[in-house]
Write a protein that binds this ligand. Structure first.
Ligand code: ZN
Length: 188
């Protein structure tokens, strides 16, 4: 099922998501829907809060990116970054912040402890695009958006776009949840 994506100013994107205790039928269905919604929106990563579930769960599939064709789709539950190394800058975007891009500096290598789709504990080492996407999605689980990590100068450049999104003006090629703009008038 394609789920609508929550946009920039939505509270669920600013909350710290809670860990999963296991994988039941409901979670299996959510994971399937997250993959479907991500691909429908031409995304390469999606975190559960972006579809309204405040859970420490994310999916990614970077196989559509050149040089990453062999990468398998991944389900990451309750992730903990154990170690990081290096630093690289890359342009990022986000399905929850449509129409906005910016350069973000992140570690280029991560060692990650997490649980997979069967809730089996795993430790993996990731670099390049995969490390980038995992870190971007883990940020979502902690209520952080990539625009929070932009340099001040770059952030000023997108302020107009962010204000538009915050006021409910969203132009996306996929279903979104547009928050009702609270009227400022005191008359009811
Ligand atoms: Zn994102």
């Amino acid at each position: 099922m394609i789920l609508p994506i929550n946009i920039y100013s939505d509270d669920v994107l600013r909350r710290k998501a809670r860990p999963l205790k296991g994988v039941d039928a409901e979670i299996v269905e959510l994971v399937e829907s997250m993959f479907e919604s991500m691909r429908n929106a031409s995304g390469i990563g999606l975190a559960a809060p972006q579809v309204g579930h405040s859970l420490r769960l994310l999916v990614l599939d970077v196989s559509c990116v050149s040089k990453y064709e062999d990468e398998k789709p991944m389900v990451v539950i309750n992730p903990h970054i154990l170690a990081v190394r290096g630093s690289s800058e890359m342009e990022e975007g986000c399905l929850s912040v449509p129409g906005v891009q910016g350069d973000v500096v992140r570690p280029s290598f991560i060692m990650l402890k997490y649980r997979d789709e069967h809730f089996e504990e795993r430790i993996g080492e990731f670099s390049g695009m995969v490390a980038r996407v995992i870190q971007h999605e883990i940020d979502h689980l902690d209520g952080t958006l990539f625009v929070d990590r932009l340099e001040k100068r770059d952030r000023r450049k997108i302020q107009k776009e962010l204000s538009a999104l915050a006021s409910g003006v969203v132009n996306a090629a996929y279903p979104v949840v547009v928050r009702e703009v609270v009227p400022t008038s005191k008359t009811s």
